[in-house]
Write a protein that binds this ligand. Sequence first.
Ligand code: NDP
Length: 457
Amino acid sequence: MSNLPVEPEFQQAYNELVSTLENSTLFQKNPEYRTALKVVSIPERVVQFRVVWEDDKGELQVNRGYRVQFNSALGPYKGGLRFHPTVNLSILKFLGFEQIFKNALTGLMMGGGKGGADFDPKGKSDGEIRRFCVSFMRELSRHIGADTDVPAGDIGVSGREIGWMFGTYRAARNSFEGVLTGKGLSWGGSLIRPEATGYGLVYYVQHMLEYAGHGTFEGKRVALSGSGNVAQYAALKLIELGATVVSLSDSKGAIVAKDGGYVTPADIAAIADLKVDRKALTEFSVEDGRFTYIEGARPWVHVGQVDVALPCATQNEVSGEEAKALIAAGAKFIAEGSNMGCTQEAIDIFEADRVAKKGSKEAVWYAPGKASNAGGVAVSGLEMAQNSQRLAWTQEEVDNKLKDIMKNAFENGLNTAKEYVETAEGELPSLVAGSNIAGFVKVARAMHDQGDWWSKL
Ligand code: NDP
């Protein structure tokens, strides 16, 4: 191991998966899966390239571009592109690794990948972002294709950037094909794709609430972080279902509703407008006295009593201390909209509470992003299916399929936990262990059948 580069985020994601596999009966029942684990943890391929572009002053700028093609045993590599100054190989490997098992949990035929660049869209003009997208895709277009690798958006990449990249691919390869998802509706996009991650997260948590005997979202207080794509649509669906959304955040700070206050659909529309222009939440809260703005903070220790907490901004956005504060504030359901939203310390605290309070309605239940935020990639998979048939399904059709996929992802994690993890009478099964095992076993079996690994056992 000593000759490997230091990749803290990837190691964290890897250790999280492995610790749940080790604490189950999986390796006792199937010791040969240890071999599969060794193989699956190394990407099939990593493409790294330079992206040279011209800024508005006519000066040359250069960034690092990447695509991690992690695993294709279940289908073409599939996963988003992130444009953010913090992007590096460790972060993209963690995201790609998570994506493999997440995609398996959707039940659709998709492998796992992730990519992006250390490009910061903030402070850039539309023209600069467009020129960057063109330059980025000019190289990436050699390595992807509708049956090879189908990227989507992620932090810093919305429908607009997907459009510019799709146009570049089409021109470079002289091919109009379903090579990206999150496309515009008139040129191959799917209804519900922008909403899918946030909506899917809420659908998933509905099953948690119901299974744990806590009813529906009606009247529940929900703390959200983030204010981008995932947070906006999670908030809208929560409001539609009768929940009270009490917080949002961005990279500069958090807004928390004052006593008795709440986030409205009009607030979300105003924030969405700000975010299109890459502006901060300061500009929203300053104009509106219903919220307290807390600079440089995440919402968790500031939200007061809540029933549900949904991290929807970025990785490691709930620390151990914040996990304790959320439990003290009454939060019983924590589900990640973001990828690896919780630190390992936070997960350990939530999981310990679940076990310690078994049989009580006070027990905390945690859902990992690879299950609870799978709705986005699931509808991306549905977009690929529609593109293959050159058809467009109705909003209702896609939404119903999304609901089914989230239900299956929940039940798959739940039932797999019951099968492989010792669960006491009255204890809520571990969704993190169950989802990890279910995703891993599906991929490992497919890899075995295709000769990616083999065993003498
Ligand atoms: P957006 O770019 O639309 O929004 C990201 C939000 O998170 C913004 O509010 C942003 O603040 C905030 N944020 C970003 N980085 C940080 C940081 N380092 N610290 C604090 N806040 C930060 O991205 P998405 O909503 O698409 O993605 C959010 C999360 O959900 C990510 O973890 C992503 O991987 C995950 N996800 C997204 C899916 C999708 O379909 N889009 C699918 C599955 C998971 P600011 O506005 O100031 O930049």
